[in-house]
Design a protein around this ligand. Structure first.
Ligand code: DAH
Length: 348
């Protein structure tokens, strides 16, 4: 008699004694007997090699064994499968339970900060204006009083799209370009803020990025003075960082403003006591500003004898950094959900 008969006898005895107590044991059984390289398949493989005479007898035995295994497996599967199923159903049928809930998107921290800044200036009568991110030489540099070949152009590392003597096309390096577009296309008075993305050819690190965001401000009318500039920005800082935040103006240079200044605020983190953020000076710089240079007014078609005005520009990342203490600029553009979730204070 063949080896197959002995094996069938052995497994039949095992089958009789098989009394599983868990779904896992039923699954283990399936993996032993019923899968592609399992016991049943192997027996049928072996069966192929026996003589025709033996086949006649063994065929019946083997088929009977196969049916017994499958029947037993199905019986046990139903037994353990059904118990599982019924507990599951009991749970899901409790219609009084609350739904599972789902996550709703929130605003990006830069959008939150931009919105806050826009709201403050809107209350002062500033409108919001926008301009293109791909900009020509005139609007990004020349009209803003950057003389050709002047080293001031090196202040900002530019991504050029087309280099053509006097007619370059570039990714804008600052939102000041929108000032020019606004003045060219309208009549004073102008009172606007201009948020947008800007680009500079910088190696990406924790402290610098090849793109970031700015908000430009412009106020042009008859008789606008440096006192108006100071009071507007002072008010802005009180609104954004709270009453009592101090400001100071340091003389500076920008080609498009004269006089120019940089504005510092008392450190919002340590309140002036000295910390990492303010490099232990108690002050942090937040923006550049000044009285719009008469050349810029004239370049943009505004009568500089009649009108004066001020402008300012700030980096949104910088403001957000002071608000949320975000040490690494790269976090703003990586879209890491663990970072973004922290700011879901407002639902879109
Ligand atoms: N455009 C300047 C920059 O990107 C910021 C700036 C400074 C804008 C002074 C202004 C200004 O309007 O008056 O660094």
């Amino acid at each position: 008699m063949s080896n197959i008969q002995e094996k069938i006898d052995h497994y039949t005895a095992e089958l009789k004694n098989w009394k599983p107590t868990s779904a896992q044991e039923v699954e283990d059984f399936r993996l032993r007997f019923l899968v592609a390289k399992g016991i049943l398949k192997n027996l049928f493989e072996e069966f192929k090699g026996v003589s025709n005479e033996e086949k006649r007898v063994l065929g019946k035995v083997l088929n009977g064994f196969k049916q017994a295994v499958e029947a037993r497996f199905n019986e046990m599967k139903v037994k353990f499968g059904e118990t599982q199923l019924s507990t599951k159903q009991n749970v899901s049928q409790d219609l009084t339970l609350p739904g599972p809930g789902f996550t709703i998107g929130g605003r990006h921290p830069l959008s939150l900060v931009r919105k806050e800044i826009v709201e403050i200036f809107k209350k002062l009568g500033f409108i919001v204006a926008e301009g293109p991110e791909i900009e020509d030489d005139w609007h990004n540099f020349t009209a803003l009083n950057f003389p050709e070949e002047h080293p001031a152009r090196d202040m900002q590392d530019t991504f050029f799209i087309r280099k053509q003597q006097g007619n370059d096309i570039a990714l804008r390096t600052h939102t000041s370009s929108v000032q020019v577009r606004m003045m060219e296309n309208g009549k004073p008075p102008f009172r606007a803020i201009m948020p947008g993305r800007v680009y500079r050819n910088e190696a990406i690190s924790a402290r610098a990025h090849c793109f970031f965001h700015q908000i430009e401000g412009l106020y042009i009318d008859e008789g606008v003075s440096f006192a108006d500039l100071k009071q507007t920005l002072f008010h802005f800082v009180q609104e954004l960082y709270g009453e009592g935040t101090k400001v100071r103006f340091r003389p500076s240079y920008f080609p498009f403003t004269e006089p120019s200044a940089e504005m510092d605020i008392s450190c919002t983190i340590c309140k002036g006591a000295g910390c990492n953020m303010c490099k232990y000076t108690g002050w942090v710089e937040i923006l550049g500003c000044g009285m719009v240079d008469p050349n810029v007014l004239e370049n943009s078609g505004i009568d500089s004898k009649k009108y004066t005005g001020f402008a300012f520009g700030m980096g949104i990342e910088r403001i957000a950094n002071l608000k949320y203490e975000i040490k690494d600029l790269r976090l703003f553009s990586e879209n890491d959900i663990r970072f973004l979730r922290q700011f879901e204070t407002e639902i879109i």
